[in-house]
Unconditional design. Structure first.
Length: 557
């Protein structure tokens, strides 16, 4: 039986699965079909004939493969590029280059979609509307419009049919992830199925533009007393889950500033950008997680404006506390403090070789602090630390991993504005202010009181929990669950071997029975031979030939 059916999984679109498997073959990843036990869905005789591939590296072929599979796989690759706990660095660097190459939505479809979403004609909703998009991507495109009251707005429209495509592709991704865990034989700090579940949550949030609008408004509230930053207002009257209308912001991309833009202003803007992400992470615990040039503008009011909040991250108090300590340890070059703070983030239950890890972190710090200060990268250092966690099997909160990648992207943008940016000095004031705030006597008293309340709840609940445990033990109802890992491949091989053995015994029984019929000369006779015996030999021969072919095709005799 197919491993997919054994998992109790079915596909709504088998044609899409075969299409994906064919693309795997075309880009030199056909070996995965056999490794993941998917040959039944694309036998070798149906696989496309592939011309010898040019000498492209595996990361480049992977990027090209994802681009050819459409919007969901492009987004999947972009999300993977932010996850050093899932991919080697050379793959991450290549997947950052993923490009959306899509034609714009036809004008008639744009009109129909808007009128369906808003419930009124386009002419009633907008005084003017440009049906030609100002920007287009794989998931949505943006149009300029003018409201009846004279406000210029940007209207973001979701591509038709995207939800159906997403449901089908994520279903396939989830099953491929299950098969990878089952048959790949590779250990990973984070389970692929968990990552696909996380990706699905991200995608569903991004496909609901109402969520993006609420994210923008939350960022706007958090920054209301920070005049150096701006956010477009949402026009809720003209917004739905598939259509988001917001103020049209005039300004320059950070990578497209005028040639005569003052150097002093560039340096100020770089500092403003770094401050924004430190404040979002350490004070607000809610951060904009997609800092690429298209999402950030320097507007006519000299503000840094965040345009798109489809991707955000949320940090709990414990993660923020550990992250603050990590930043301070990086600034102070304190290896012990850095490792201790880092391990506080870990969700791994297995014992970790802390001494060896400290040695690796010390080597990593020496490499960084031998560089000039303007070359030190906090974003890269966080990603390198995540790489060390991969070596020791440490699992980290997903939002922390996203934060590390976000810092890397924001830092890269800041350095395009000010190549001599000293990140140590840029980060130090904000981190130290937050550190002082944490150890303010009033804050410490509040935290102590909260922990005391938790201890009180624990002491109240403990006797009852112990009583329930002892009752189950005495009544023989206590159950202990064991989880066997790594036995799936062995079980599969034993199943296959036992099936072949049973098949061989049936063939042998047919041969013996046919021989007895021939010697007994019973039943219908043809040319002095039992017809039933001859038929038995024929069936046994065909079945035996089929078994031999199956064994030879598997490559294992």
């Amino acid at each position: 039986m197919s491993p997919i059916l054994r998992m109790g999984t079915t596909f709504q679109d088998l044609n899409r699965l075969r299409e994906i498997l064919q693309v795997l073959v075309r880009h030199g990843f056909g070996f995965l079909i056999d490794q993941l036990q998917l040959s039944a869905y694309l036998p070798k005789r149906l696989r496309p004939k592939v011309a010898p591939l040019p000498k492209l590296s595996a990361p480049v072929r992977m990027r090209m493969m994802l681009e050819s599979l459409g919007p969901v796989f492009i987004k999947f690759g972009q999300t993977l590029s932010m996850r050093p706990d899932m991919l080697p660095r050379e793959y991450m660097i290549e997947l950052v280059k993923l490009q959306d190459r899509v034609p714009p939505i036809p004008k008639a479809e744009v009109r129909g979609l808007l009128e369906e979403e808003l419930g009124v004609s386009l002419e009633k909703a907008f005084k003017k509307f440009n049906l030609v998009p100002t920007a287009a991507a794989s998931m949505a495109q943006v149009h300029w419009g003018l409201t009846p009251d004279g406000r210029e707005v940007a209207v973001k429209i979701q591509r038709p049919g995207l939800k159906k495509i997403m449901d089908s592709d994520i279903e396939i991704l989830r099953v491929l992830a299950k098969l990878w865990e089952k048959f790949s034989g590779q250990d990973m700090p984070r389970h692929p199925v968990e990552f696909v579940d996380e990706f699905e949550r991200i995608m569903r949030d991004e496909l609901d533009f109402m969520v993006e609008g609420r994210n923008l408004e939350r960022l706007q509230r958090n920054f209301k007393d920070r005049p150096a930053y701006g956010f477009p207002r949402i026009d809720w009257e003209r917004s739905t889950a598939r259509c988001l209308t917001q103020d049209f912001i005039f300004g320059h991309k950070l990578t497209d500033l005028p040639a005569n833009f003052p150097t002093r202003e560039r340096k100020r803007l770089a500092q403003v950008l770094v401050d924004a992400y430190i404040l979002m992470a350490l004070e607000d615990h809610f951060f904009h997680a997609d800092p690429h040039p298209g999402n950030l503008l320097f507007d006519t009011q000299k503000r840094l404006v965040f345009l798109d909040a489809g991707q955000v991250g949320r940090l709990d108090t414990e993660t923020v506390s550990a992250f603050t300590d990590m930043l301070l340890a990086l600034v102070a070059q304190d290896t012990d403090a850095l490792v201790d703070a880092y391990l506080r983030l870990s969700t791994t239950e297995e014992k970790i070789d802390k001494r060896s890890m400290k040695k690796d972190v010390a080597v990593f710090l020496e490499q960084y602090y031998s560089l000039p200060v303007e070359k030190i990268s906090f974003g890269q250092s966080l990603q390198d630390l995540i790489g060390i966690s991969f070596k020791y099997g440490i699992q980290l909160p997903p939002d922390f991993v996203v934060l590390a990648r976000t810092f890397f992207g924001a830092e890269g943008l800041a350095r395009t504005l000010n190549p001599q940016l000293n990140l140590v000095e840029a980060v130090r004031p904000v981190a130290e202010r937050i550190f002082r705030k944490r150890y303010d006597p009033r804050v410490m008293l509040k935290n102590f009181w909260r922990r005391l309340q938790g201890l009180e709840r624990f002491s109240v609940n403990l006797p009852g929990q112990l009583h329930d445990l002892m009752q189950k033990l005495l009544q023989g109802h206590l159950k202990i669950e064991f989880q066997h890992e790594g036995l799936e491949t062995l079980t599969h091989n034993l199943d296959r071997a036992s099936n072949r053995l049973s098949f061989s015994m049936i063939v042998a029984a047919l041969i013996i029975g046919s021989s007895l019929l021939l010697t007994a000369n019973r039943g219908p006779i043809w040319n002095h031979l039992s017809i039933l015996g001859l038929l038995g030999f024929l069936v046994a021969g065909l079945l035996g030939l089929w078994l031999i072919i199956a064994i030879l095709r598997s490559g294992k005799i």
